[in-house]
Write a protein that binds this ligand. Sequence first.
Ligand SMILES: Cc1cc2nc3c(=O)[nH]c(=O)nc-3n(C[C@H](O)[C@H](O)[C@H](O)COP(=O)(O)OP(=O)(O)OC[C@H]3O[C@@H](n4cnc5c(N)ncnc54)[C@H](O)[C@@H]3O)c2cc1C
Length: 388
Amino acid sequence: MKFDIVVIGGGLVGASLLSALKNSGLRLALIEARSPVPLPEDESWDARVYAISPGSVAFLQAAGVWQRMDAARVTPVHEMRVHGDDNAARIDFSAYESGVPELAYIIENRQLQHAVWAELAQAENVQLFCPAQYVSLDWHESHVELTLSDGTVLQTALLVGADGVNSRVREQAGIGASRHSYGQTGVVANFEVERPHHHIAYQWFRRDGILALLPLPGKRVSMVWSAHTAFANELLDLPAEMLSDRVARAAGHELGEMQLVTPPAGFPLNFVEVKSLIKPRLALMGDAAHGIHPLAGQGVNLGLRDARELATLVQRFGEMGDCGEFTLLRCYERNRREDILAMGWVTDRLQKLFGSEDAAILRIRNLGLGITNQLPLLKNRLMRHALS
Ligand SMILES: Cc1cc2nc3c(=O)[nH]c(=O)nc-3n(C[C@H](O)[C@H](O)[C@H](O)COP(=O)(O)OP(=O)(O)OC[C@H]3O[C@@H](n4cnc5c(N)ncnc54)[C@H](O)[C@@H]3O)c2cc1C
């Protein structure tokens, strides 16, 4: 079977790339190891949520995905309040000040996954291999040949590795990656809260980690508490009432009392920087191409910007001939490098700054938050990047 593009990994990033290309006339395929998870019959909520930027929403809209989302489960964010750990330092961002309708939209992972896969299932030029695993990849001058575990052989002009932070495609392509563990776990859970959140996303840089409460519909919020793994495990082991109380206290009772509504789950946090995004006939995207700390809520957004860039280049040049043309891939790498490096650098430095116990650094970081809050130009620059 011959294809123009085969994507390995049908997470949000890989599946969105194909959604964006579904009317392109290209022959496309997706190989995903896991079966799609159906939406639950009940009204339960996914504890894994994302803050999706307006730029990502525009991309998902053009790909036909955003329209499929249940509007009742999408929460716009009007404001962000970021607190230091001295009860005084604070930086605020508002949609009004930034001149945009919303700063971000909070959505559940499984709702968005479902929407993107529903869109793909209707696309005539996308063949889905799912659940499926490849057993070998062989590079040739004009194509890459993949053999699946059931013996099916696929040939593709361009292979896209979107198989997540532990990408096997990246490893088999011989693309090196420097990687370190933050020694932290992101603990996620949803809560009912006593007071309305008014569509504000809260974040506290605390000595025991970084706590974020993101607004969900009604009086509900989603928590991400990035903390050292030993402390995170303590949180994960707490009975529901004690965890709720602990989170409410850590949030200074900003939203009053809290009540756990989904069991907590933990995700290990790693930093990954790859040596290259491409090799002949291969492009990496999403977490396969960069792993960043979730403190800025930008991982998926960064990956969707990879998908947007590759889709644009393929539509502009690939449809005329060869999607795996090396100059096209070099363009992709050149256009994506700066954004990826900048986001990796900023999130890594912020994590180190706020992870430090040094007394001088403690003072400087709180001062920094306060000063930045007084500098509209700097705030606007930070915001413009987060909105893209
Ligand atoms: C606690 C936490 C909170 C976060 N919050 C946010 C947020 O608010 N906003 C945001 O933008 N980002 C956030 N992120 C980051 C975000 O989760 C990731 O950046 C995003 O999920 C990456 O998507 P992806 O499609 O690249 O990879 P993945 O979601 O990892 O998908 C990879 C896919 O590849 C498949 N696969 C793997 N190996 C193979 C194989 N050999 N063959 C076939 N298929 C394979 C997997 O089954 C999977 O479906 C957060 C991360 C964490 C840990």
